[in-house]
Design a protein around this ligand. Structure first.
Ligand SMILES: Cc1cc2nc3c(=O)[nH]c(=O)nc-3n(C[C@H](O)[C@H](O)[C@H](O)COP(=O)(O)OP(=O)(O)OC[C@H]3O[C@@H](n4cnc5c(N)ncnc54)[C@H](O)[C@@H]3O)c2cc1C
Length: 420
């Protein structure tokens, strides 16, 4: 994997000046992984005057950060009350509060560092197709409203006007949210980190981590080594065997997307204000447009090129959602891997005294990854703490079983089904 495949690579407006690690160098904090989490950690550490060196196995943004939908959402999958119920009023309350504001952090960084990433702050809409889903969204709207968040419930007509599709019978509009071109956002963070003084080496996979006799660490790559006092492992769903059992602390789900050619006026009525949407079904779908007027449709699973299964699924689904649009040509297709946890909550685990690993955003990592990176930088510089307390790693018994079962079900759906 050299570059993330797909539309985001083809339309990326940001460039990172970086070369592989050569020879033996040292730093204070080594960050492993050049996605939102690692890049935000490196940026905020460098801005605080800390010596930091980030190592990325491939190109910057090659993981989930350069492949995602680009919905900059507030909060997590779970509604605020459930987060509080699971984590307690104090920890849960702080997490809800900080992640509720996290899109603002993202858009402030974009503004401050002039990141060219097609940022829109038009909100996002969580759409419903059944009365039960509507009731759930109404309840979520009330919970956020109690916290003073600009979240409103839309009825069927309002949802149709905002989305351009009559398929939905309600929606939850979140005015804190927005969209970005995710690979450009990741690479813009990298550019900002470099100019703040961080070192970044791409195409530098960490093959092994060893401990020095003085308690420090060495990270070994193909052509060099990095000595560090502290380590942040921000490798998300691609951790592999980098650190014993860390990879088993989360499960995985694949998510694919297809983008049309730019559609011009034909698609002007679809999401005219620029929101992104996703549905409530067990098998999620997402829909958004990019700056050039392409429609980007996504769902769970991988791209299947055999018999053009994914393209055919996408054409059928788009025809159901937007029957007036007519046939479209698909220009680009790609997929990526989402790291998930059984309780749908992220983690920041402490693997050793000076080794930390944030992960488990459950498909909602743009704003949380950016916020956790900033929180870790504050923790490491002694200027603050993370939104989540550090925890011990808890490997799952069978992290791959669910992923495999889901893969099989999704393939069948792609061959025979439409939306669900
Ligand atoms: C298809 C898809 C759609 C999504 N849609 C959304 C969305 O709309 N909104 C949202 O908020 N979230 C979304 N997400 C989730 C979000 O993209 C992730 O939560 C987020 O990108 C995680 O960022 P990260 O930095 O933790 O990990 P990643 O971006 O995955 O970065 C990890 C990096 O570590 C590198 N790495 C791994 N091993 C090593 C090693 N040994 N040495 C050096 N480097 C290594 C990898 O190459 C990779 O670049 C989506 C995810 C996917 C896959």
């Amino acid at each position: 994997m050299i570059e993330p495949p797909g539309l985001w690579r083809d339309t990326c407006a940001e460039h990172v000046d970086s070369t592989p690690l050569m020879g033996d160098v040292t730093t204070d904090v080594a960050v492993i992984g050049g996605g939102f989490t690692g890049l935000s950690t490196a940026l905020h550490l460098a801005e605080a005057g800390c010596d930091v060196h980030l190592l990325e196995a491939s190109a910057i943004g090659a993981g989930a950060s350069g492949r995602n939908v680009g919905l900059v959402n507030a909060g997590l999958w779970l509604p605020p009350q459930k987060i509080r119920a699971r984590l307690g009023a104090q920890i849960g309350g702080r997490l809800v509060e900080e992640l509720g504001h996290a899109p603002r952090l993202v858009f402030d960084l974009i503004e401050r560092h002039q990141i060219q990433c097609e940022a829109t702050r038009a909100g996002t809409i969580h759409v419903a197709q059944t009365p039960r889903q509507c009731a759930d969204l109404r309840e979520r709207a009330e919970m956020w409203q109690e916290l003073g968040a600009p979240v409103t419930f839309l009825d069927a007509q309002q949802t149709a006007e905002r989305t351009g599709s009559a398929t939905f019978i309600g929606g939850l509009f979140d005015g804190r949210a927005g969209t970005v071109q995710p690979l450009s956002y990741a690479r813009g963070l990298a550019r900002a980190a470099l100019s703040a003084g961080a070192m970044i080496s791409d195409h530098s996979r960490v093959r092994a981590i060893t401990r020095d006799p003085d308690g420090g660490w060495h990270l070994h790559t193909a052509q060099g080594s990095l000595g560090a006092r502290r380590i942040v492992i921000a490798t998300n769903a691609q951790t592999g065997d980098l650190w014993p059992r860390l990879d088993r602390c989360q499960s995985r789900i694949d998510y694919f997307q297809l983008a049309t050619q730019p559609l011009g006026d034909r698609a002007a009525h679809i999401l005219p204000a620029g929101e992104g949407i996703w549905n409530c079904g067990t098998i999620m779908i997402s829909l958004r447009r990019d700056q050039a007027g392409r429609i980007i449709l996504g769902s769970m699973g991988r791209i299947v090129t055999t018999a053009r299964l994914s393209e055919r699924w996408a054409s059928r689904t788009l025809a159901r959602l937007l029957p007036d649009l007519g046939p479209v040509e698909w220009q680009s297709a790609w997929h990526g891997t989402i790291g998930t946890t059984p309780d749908k909550l992220p983690r920041i685990v402490q693997l050793d005294r000076d080794v930390f690993a944030p992960f488990g955003y459950n498909g909602r990592g743009i704003a949380p990854g950016t916020a956790f990176g900033m929180g870790l930088a504050q923790l490491l510089t002694g200027t603050g703490s993370c939104a989540l307390p550090l925890s011990a790693p808890q490997p799952l018994r069978a992290p791959r079983t669910y992923a495999r079962a889901l893969d099989a079900a999704l393939l069948a759906r792609k061959a025979f089904g439409t939306m669900f």
